[in-house]
Design a protein around this ligand. Sequence first.
Ligand code: SAM
Length: 213
Amino acid sequence: MRLRKVKGAEEKVASSSFVAHNAKENKGKWKQVFGNDKPIRLEIGMGKGRFITTLSKENQDVNYLGLERFQSVLVRAIEKREEDPEPNANLLFLCEDANDLTDIFEEGEIDEIYLNFSDPWPKARHAERRLTSGTYLAKYDKVIKKTGKVVFKTDNTELFDYSLESFQEHGWKIDSVIRDLHNSELAEGNIMTEYEIKFGKLGKKICRLEASR
Ligand SMILES: C[S@@+](CC[C@H](N)C(=O)[O-])C[C@H]1O[C@@H](n2cnc3c(N)ncnc32)[C@H](O)[C@@H]1O
């Protein structure tokens, strides 16, 4: 992905109280960070944060973490929260790479993972970079509770089919498959991401799956 540098992003991310800094130091202590015992759900590659910001406002009985590796993207999510007169305390952002998940979270520390419109990495030689490759599923397997699940949405049917296979190949159960989310029974409660809005307007069908162990 080509990324435009945003002036001041580094400073803004470093000084924001909406960001959990030095995330690796909180490994095994995320409940303490939130100061309560609520379940913790994580979005990986949250981009500008529309999905997790909306979801966390609607569900105050759950804690949410939004992980994004680029400061220039994360800063947009921070700016939007700064405009909120009543920002909710059950959401924190992390400026981290999903590669480091097992350094950030203890085994079973996360209840649910959301992957929304993850980069497709279409070339076969880059397949291991996909967030639903075996490499990443092994990390999710560690950090997610045994009863936890992964929820994945994408407009990209090749990535979706690859992901269905990948989950099953690595011992996950597929609990739900929808190939046209916006015209399904889940459409009403569905919170759209920035990419989802864009692709939905182009008439693309949105696919969604849920996987568990
Ligand atoms: C295609 S965008 C989708 C953004 C958002 N989820 C949405 O649906 O609007 C993918 C995002 O995932 C982030 N990302 C990709 N790989 C990542 C990784 N390994 N760790 C953290 N973030 C990652 C990218 O920086 C980018 O912001």
